[in-house]
Design a protein around this ligand. Structure first.
Ligand SMILES: Cc1ncc(COP(=O)(O)O)c(C=O)c1O
Length: 458
């Protein structure tokens, strides 16, 4: 299989492609013909359908996930001078949302297995000024919401779920976000469902939903749709300073069609992810993202950790309770073992530790070849034949567009003054990459990607 087109040129494989079709075209055309193109009946319908599909009491459509997060913080009462715990291992919008309300983002480290905040990393980041935590389901991997709420609820700290990537993922048998007081979603084309740009806020609280609904529309007491519906429009008032965070009916019409395809999209993504997982499990020095014990991911991003170091192993990891979280549930099969942790164990030497340990970072330095193991064990951990940058180059040479892993916001100039050190986040950011995965990806395209992964072996 050489991936060449009929003219001999190599066809490009993108990291992601939205799945849009004639149904979306017809839905948008219908809205255009109706003459009502701003926020109106299609937005209301999309909100109802989304709330149903996510088992949420209320849904409020917004212009993006970023604006949904901003609204979530406002309605949850987060204000200037507060601290908001966030993962640095996320798109920068997560931290930015805290800054928009005058709060300080406090970066917490993540689990090396899931890439998500854990109860331990959140607890370590709390300050007397903490009023909220933004919990991200990174790449669609469900975070352990209940464990984090057990820490935060007794302290009156609101947990906001940043489910930007997680439509179609499940947590403890329900859709992700169903157990959250408030959650924010993205419909950017890089996500599972797209409306071009767009977002949603879901919440269990009627008062928060009502305020968010007003705030997204300039805090008007009478919505534009209601004013339009009456011949003599009631006078409106503006009781606080609002925003224009509205979604349009054009976008919502696309969203309604996309939402109807969500189960099919997730099934196909999980099928493709299982093929990648099986291949990666057979390659020394690579570890793939997998389902945690408490849920199933939508594989919005399929990330792989590249372990190219000389391979001294350690039995001491965590603080972020690394190995304990490895999927023991209904995960995508690696084909080689029921635990989806095979690659993880290789990279880390002896793998899943049941001992509570202190250093979050010890095992991770091993992968970079620079670390000193805190409790070194005999086995050398098999390494991959090249580092992450080398693998990205090899993929690019084969016409395959992969991406460096999730960013570390605390290293960006906008946040570098936080001065925080987050070993797991930094390790994952430096050593992971995201492989192409999209609904229309053919088996032969995926085989091309797997070929390159195999060629990079030692
Ligand atoms: C975790 C997370 N939060 C928030 C956002 C921002 O989403 P949007 O582009 O819809 O504002 C993103 C986008 O990549 C994200 O990945």
């Amino acid at each position: 299989m050489n991936g060449n087109g009929e003219d001999g040129s190599m066809s490009r494989i993108n990291v992601m492609q939205p799945w849009l079709g004639e149904e979306e075209v017809e839905a948008v055309t219908e809205v255009l013909r109706s003459g009502w193109v701003a926020q109106g009946p299609r937005v209301a319908e999309f909100e109802d359908r989304f709330a149903d599909s996510q088992q949420a009491a209320h849904a409020v459509a917004t212009s993006s996930c970023t604006t949904a997060l901003h609204l979530a913080l406002v309605v949850a009462g987060v204000r200037s001078g507060d601290d908001v715990v966030v993962p640095s291992f996320s798109f920068v919008a997560t931290a930015n949302a805290a800054v928009y309300v005058g709060a300080r983002p406090v970066f917490a480290d993540v689990s090396p297995v899931t890439g998500n905040l854990t109860a331990e990393t959140v607890r370590a980041a709390l300050t007397p000024a903490t009023s909220a935590v933004i919990l991200v389901d990174q790449g669609g991997v469900p975070a352990d919401l209940e464990a984090i709420r057990e820490v935060c609820d007794p302290l009156g700290i609101v947990v906001i779920e940043d489910a930007a990537c997680a439509a179609g993922s499940t947590y403890r048998g329900r859709p992700v976000g169903a157990g959250a007081e408030i959650a924010a979603w993205s419909f950017h084309p890089r996500k599972i469902l797209t409306t071009g740009e767009g977002g949603m806020l879901t919440t269990s609280r009627a008062d928060w939903a009502a305020r968010a609904r007003r705030l997204r529309e300039h805090a008007m007491s009478v919505s534009a749709a209601d004013r339009h519906a009456s011949l003599v429009s009631p006078p409106e008032s503006y009781d606080e300073v609002g925003f224009n965070f509205r979604m349009t009916d054009l976008q919502a019409a696309v969203g309604i069609v996309q939402l109807s395809r969500l189960p099919e999209v997730v099934d196909r993504r999980r099928e493709l992810a299982a093929v990648y997982a099986k291949a990666v499990a057979e390659i020394d020095g690579l570890r793939a993202v997998a389902d945690p014990a408490w849920g199933t991911g939508n594989f919005q991003s399929f990330w792989v950790e590249v372990c190219a170091g000389p391979g001294v192993s350690t039995s001491s990891i965590t603080g972020a309770s690394a190995g304990l979280e490895v999927g023991r549930g209904t995960g995508v099969s690696t084909g080689s073992a029921p635990q989806v942790s095979a690659g993880f164990e290789m990279c880390r030497g002896t793998g899943v530790s049941t001992e509570p340990t202190t250093g979050v970072s010890a095992g991770f330095e091993v992968c970079r070849g620079t670390g000193v193991a805190t409790r070194s064990t005999a086995g050398a951990s098999p390494a991959y034949g090249m580092d992450r940058e080398g693998l990205l180059r090899a993929l690019a040479e084969a016409g395959i567009s992969a991406r460096r892993g999730i960013m570390a916001a605390h290293r960006q100039p906008a946040y570098v003054s936080s001065g925080v050190s987050l070993p797991v986040t930094e390790h994952l950011t430096d050593n992971t990459l995201i492989l192409p995965l999209f609904h229309q990806m053919s088996d032969s395209e995926q085989a091309r990607v797997v070929d390159v992964l195999r060629q990079g072996r030692r």
